[in-house]
Write a protein that binds this ligand. Structure first.
Ligand code: NDP
Length: 261
């Protein structure tokens, strides 16, 4: 067992966090970087990414970034090539965070095949493929960590999110399978499943006061979560202090899941 200081340190580690320009991903990038981790991130919108990178630089955080649409196979391969070069072939942490709700909240029957495929590619294919590509570098680390940003929708039903929920349910299963397959490579794999977190993703639902009230009435803590509250759980999972945690799905939801009847 390593000593106490080492158990709570990630100093010198390297990480790839997808979708770090805003929201939960950005909070994860900043949290890890404050622990002394060198972080690479990506997103599609160049302006938002650059603005975020500039702010990290002003805070003296070691963060780099590149443009990548994670739904595209060739772009994922290019991203992992960049990561291999930047980190000299050793990656300690992969956080699969980039994702969205696609065409938004609507009945499954209204999904076109293209909308379905795009959402699966963004939320699930990307995670599977990036994690597969990262395997040799995580193995090289000797203390690899993969964290999938799932959702409470991956376990329980959320109206209008049939496809989104399926991507997150698949992610939960993938995390359990990889945790077992890769334990011998000293790679831990976990899911963090947030409830409703105040980001641009859920703004269309929560900006209506009535919706907001109805939604928070089902959450025992009676409020939306903050991106930083998800980021701190991700950081914990990546610490040596969490060395016996793998294959877990951890809810960060203000008690929402516990309150489902
Ligand atoms: P935001 O929309 O605030 O941020 C999403 C981030 O992912 C942005 O940086 C965005 O940048 C990036 N991104 C989206 N699609 C792609 C893509 N195809 N390629 C590369 N980057 C992409 O969302 P959140 O922070 O709320 O969500 C982050 C994760 O958390 C998602 O996986 C979501 O499903 C999950 N989650 C969120 C919850 C919430 O209540 N907010 C609840 C449960 C889970 P850009 O658009 O420029 O590409």
């Amino acid at each position: 067992m390593v000593n106490r200081d080492e158990r709570w340190s990630m100093q010198g580690a390297t990480a790839l966090v997808t979708g770090g320009s805003k929201g939960i991903g950005r909070a994860i990038v900043e949290e890890l970087a404050r622990f002394g981790v060198t972080v690479h991130t990506c997103s599609r919108n160049e302006e938002e990414l650059n603005s975020m990178l500039n702010q990290c630089q002003m805070m003296n955080l070691r963060v780099t970034g590149s443009i990548c649409d994670v739904s595209n196979r060739a772009e994922r391969e290019k991203l992992m090539d960049q990561v291999r070069t930047i980190f000299n072939g050793k990656l300690d942490i992969l956080v699969n965070n980039a994702g969205g709700v696609g065409p938004g909240w609507k009945a499954a029957i209204e999904f076109s095949l293209e909308e379905y495929s795009n959402l699966m590619a963004t939320n699930f294919d990307s995670c599977f493929h990036l994690t597969q590509l990262a395997h040799p570098f995580l193995k090289e680390s000797g203390r690899g960590n993969v964290v999938f940003i799932s959702s409470i929708a991956g376990t329980g039903r959320v109206e209008g999110l049939a496809v989104y929920s399926s991507t997150k349910g698949a992610m939960n299963q993938l995390a359990k399978a990889l945790a077992c397959e890769w334990a011998g490579d000293m790679i831990r794999v976990n899911c963090v499943a947030p409830g409703y977190i105040a980001t641009s993703l859920i703004k269309p639902v929560t900006e209506n006061e009535e919706n907001h009230k109805q939604l928070t009435s089902r959450i025992p803590l009676r409020r939306l979560g903050e991106a930083e509250e998800v980021a701190s759980m991700v950081a914990f999972l990546c610490l040596p202090a969490a060395s016996f945690v793998t294959g877990a799905i951890i809810y960060v939801d203000g008690g929402h899941t516990a309150n489902l009847s």
